[in-house]
Write a protein that binds this ligand. Structure first.
Ligand code: SAJ
Length: 439
């Protein structure tokens, strides 16, 4: 089978409905990529089953609601569930296409950990049949798709799986197609961006491209699985190296007592220079993680990529040192009174609610452990502080209240909501601005 056979709609939402139905597409992992993908595919009148092991996710999506913040996603999911094109369940069911979008963290030694890919593959294996397509979307080390294919083949010896170099048609097609969307623009970029699609064999790549062309408006470029895997890692490493340059430059500029923001503005007037923004460090589950997949696989060859990671990982420590100096200066003038620190932003980047690997969380947490400090955290995208910020001296407050009370203001995220604060509120306060918010 080389095209999707559309199955007429049936009752959506309840796991029991999912248990008896058959689907066009089964998306395993309903996180920041899997859920938007499931909803957008469903909007093309393709019947989708979303699978997740977390009952809270199943509960939210089955009611047509979402558990994450992403512009446009709530409407997409509500609409898809209402049209009975998106159902959810805790285990995969028969479908024509399986998309695996589960996390790929690294272990303590920076070795990639494929345990979630393995368990997703093993959950899909029992329902596979001839003609199906399995696509890995999770960011993965080079060789992961071949490894996933081996796990599938071991679990289903009755089916013929592709091997690199094969020219025939396997029973099950296996490919790699990394997501490339920017959080905050996911629903747009999932449709508009070009996709790189790597098959274990050319037949697999073409079968996968045929599927993606049903909902992607960008180009679907085909290649082999290893090239697609390294392509994804290269994209994020490229960005990490460039951010590391900006972060290193901010240290250099401070050393020379030069303002980093006007320096970058001036340097970027050169037609071939485009320096990115320094900040408190690099966060998120992608750029701070993926370069290690290259470094762990090719340590001798990736010295620049490793150094960039180290430069970016060091930046929160440098920011903390600056804040500690500012705390000491406040203390010198106000004696034993607690120093009230307004922390602006916790998310890993502007205008999202995602706190994963956020350097801002790390810095705020360290500040709660500074003696004699109250930490007033303004993060408009969350309703409660995360588990790691439950210290009695940490408080989630509105930005205006934080600024009104603070002795010291620490800017960690350039949320749009912070642009409009009344600058008069900053008068007389010490400021450590890692993002050039009011420049
Ligand atoms: N950052 C800076 N300075 C900058 C730009 C970003 O300090 O000039 C920081 C951000 O604050 C954040 C981190 O870098 O902490 C990463 O943010 P980002 O916006 O650069 O990237 P992500 O992690 O949101 O998304 C990236 C994207 N990759 C590239 O741009 C090459 C996205 O397209 C990928 O799909 C995503 O990783 C992913 O899932 O891999």
């Amino acid at each position: 089978m080389t095209t999707l056979d559309l199955v007429p709609g049936s009752s959506a939402g309840s796991p029991s409905a999912a248990a008896t139905a058959s689907y066009d597409v089964c998306v395993v992992g309903l996180g920041y990529i899997g859920l938007p993908t499931a909803a957008i595919v469903a909007q093309r009148s393709i019947r989708v089953l979303g699978v997740d092991v977390d009952p809270r996710v199943i509960d939210a999506v089955s009611r047509g609601t979402i558990h994450i913040e992403e512009p446009g996603l709530a409407e997409q999911v509500a609409h898809a569930v209402e049209r009975k094109l998106l159902s959810v369940a805790r285990a995969p069911q028969p479908a024509s296409v399986f998309l695996i979008a589960v996390p790929t963290p690294f272990k303590d030694d920076y070795e990639p950990d494929l345990k979630y890919v393995r368990s997703a593959a093993l959950s899909v294996a029992p329902v596979l049949k001839q003609g199906d397509l399995v696509v890995l979307e999770s960011t993965s080390p080079v060789g992961a798709t071949e490894q996933m294919c081996e796990w599938l083949a071991e679990a289903r010896p009755d089916l013929d799986f592709p091997r690199k170099g094969d020219t025939g048609t396997p029973d099950v097609f296996v490919a790699y197609c990394p997501e490339r969307v920017l959080p905050g623009r996911t629903c747009i970029e999932l449709v508009k961006n070009d996709r790189v699609i790597g098959g274990i064999t050319p037949a697999c790549a073409h079968r996968a491209a045929e599927f993606y062309r049903r909902f992607v408006e960008g180009d679907c470029a085909v290649t082999d699985a290893r090239t697609a895997e390294l392509c994804k890692l290269s994209e994020n490493s490229f960005r990490d190296v460039n951010i590391a340059f900006a972060n290193e430059l901010s240290l250099v500029a401070a050393r020379f007592e030069v303002d980093i923001w006007s320096l970058i503005r001036l340097a970027n007037r050169h037609p071939r220079v485009s320096i990115l923004e320094p900040g408190p460090g690099v966060g998120g589950h992608c750029i701070a993680v993926d370069p290690w997949f290259i470094v762990s696989g090719a340590p001798e060859q990736s010295r620049l990529i490793r150094t960039a990671r180290e430069v970016n990982d060091y930046k929160p420590q440098w920011v903390l040192e600056k804040v500690r100096h500012a705390i000491a200066a406040c203390r010198a003038t106000q004696g034993d009174e607690p120093v009230r620190i307004a922390v602006l932003g916790l998310a890993f980047k502007p205008d999202v609610d995602d706190l994963r690997e956020s350097p801002a969380v790390m810095i705020a947490d360290a500040l709660t452990r500074e003696p004699g400090c109250d930490v007033l955290i303004a993060e408009p995208h969350i309703d409660a502080l995360p588990a790691e910020l439950q210290a009695p001296n940490a408080h989630l407050v509105e930005v205006d209240a934080a600024l009104a009370m603070a002795d010291l203001v620490v800017v960690l995220v350039k949320h749009r909501a912070f642009h409009s604060v009344d600058l008069a509120a900053l008068h007389g306060k010490a400021i450590v601005d890692t993002k050039g918010l009011w420049q």
